[in-house]
Design a protein around this ligand. Structure first.
Ligand SMILES: C[S@@+](CC[C@H](N)C(=O)[O-])C[C@H]1O[C@@H](n2cnc3c(N)ncnc32)[C@H](O)[C@@H]1O
Length: 341
């Protein structure tokens, strides 16, 4: 209770009313991406009528979503008439730009939100309606999903390539790309040094995507593929570097630790493990994206969640790794590295 000398904190229901419409931003963004609004505005500011003519969408529909996008600062509005891109939408929402993040947004209405609609029952039971960590339902989901999240990790993967700096001279260097998906980590590492040969591991349904993407980058002859479940597949051994891109969160603690121990065995002495993850602080008070992603794992996996750097570092030590450390990266979180002595 406030005393006479304290100013009472003014609370308003404004934030709660905003939360009631919390599904609006991703769905408005998806509609704008699907109707090519950002692509069309990349050619210069336009009126709604001009945007309708260029996209084939309705004037009424575009008026509503383009104004909402102005409210969300994804579009600017000159006077009452012309809408333009902001620096952020220009960099990340135009489909022809290398930084395009709209692939993920495009999955909101068909794949992501329908699963979240079961959150009430999932919280009651503690179990997902269907689990993407299970090959039966996960492989089809990831087949369609992994290419669209390529831009999310490509800058961080390029940064890792520069950090490990294998250079251009010397004997071949073998890299193990675990849960490869699009192959984004292996692709950037192969591009970073002609010495690198990548072994990519993923489910048989997803490996064709890895093959197609690595071939599109002209790297087909620098990749080998292992089709199978991470927990059964033979990784081989003698690798200088192993990447675990966005896989620990769907595994849960027991399988995550097993995977780290198996990765340790596959590395050569002196080899490095590199982990990309959505992270939370050890008190689990933030960052909010990491806390949200833990709910996403509740909805979509049997035991998945998000972890702190401290927890993952402890698991790495238990697996035999030394010097767990983070390096800042241009991705959503720092990368966690450790060394096999
Ligand atoms: C979130 S995606 C990450 C892809 C890529 N590493 C990245 O960072 O963009 C997870 C990948 O792990 C694969 N995966 C998940 N569980 C697996 C398992 N038990 N065995 C093999 N692959 C698995 C999925 O097929 C998918 O390609």
């Amino acid at each position: 209770m406030a005393t006479a000398t304290e100013t009472p904190v003014q609370v308003t229901p404004e934030r709660i009313l905003q939360m009631a419409w919390g599904y609006v931003p991703p769905l408005v963004l998806e509609a704008a991406i699907r109707h090519r609004v950002f692509d069309v505005l990349d050619g210069g500011p336009k009126t709604v009528a001009e945007t309708a003519a260029a996209t084939g969408a309705s004037v009424r529909g575009l008026t509503a979503i383009m104004n909402a996008l102005v409210g969300l600062n994804f579009l600017s509005k000159e006077g009452h008439a012309r809408y333009g891109l902001t620096p952020e939408s220009s960099a990340f929402l135009v489909s022809t730009k290398p930084g395009f993040q709209g692939g993920l947004i495009r999955h909101c209405s068909e794949h992501l939100i329908p699963r979240w609609l079961h959150l009430n029952e999932v919280v009651a039971s503690g179990n997902p309606v269907s689990a993407v960590n299970d090959e039966k339902s996960g492989a089809a989901f990831f087949h369609d999903f992994v290419l669209d999240i390529f831009p999310m990790s490509y800058p961080a993967a390029q940064f890792l390539g520069a950090h490990v700096s294998f250079g251009s001279d010397g004997s071949p260097v073998r890299v193990l790309d675990l849960a490869a998906g699009s192959g984004v980590w292996g692709i950037a590492l192969a591009q970073s040094s002609p010495r690198v040969h990548v072994t990519a591991v993923d489910w048989p349904e997803v490996i064709p995507v890895t093959k197609k993407t690595s071939a599109r980058f002209g790297l087909a002859d620098r990749f080998s593929f292992v089709e199978g479940d991470l927990h059964d597949a033979d990784f081989g051994s003698g690798y200088a570097l192993a990447t675990l891109g966005h896989i620990l969160h769907s595994e849960g603690e027991a399988l995550g630790k097993k995977l780290l121990a198996k990765t340790f065995r596959a590395l050569a002495p002196g080899g490095t493990i590199a982990i990309a993850e959505f992270l939370v602080n050890k008190e689990r008070t933030g960052p909010v994206n990491g806390l949200f992603f833990a709910v996403n794992m509740l909805v979509n996996t049997q035991n998945g969640t998000t972890w702190s750097v401290e927890e993952i570092s402890e698991w790495l030590r238990e697996a035999g790794f030394t010097d767990p450390r983070t390096i800042p990266s241009p991705g959503h979180s720092p990368l966690i590295l450790a060394t096999k002595p």
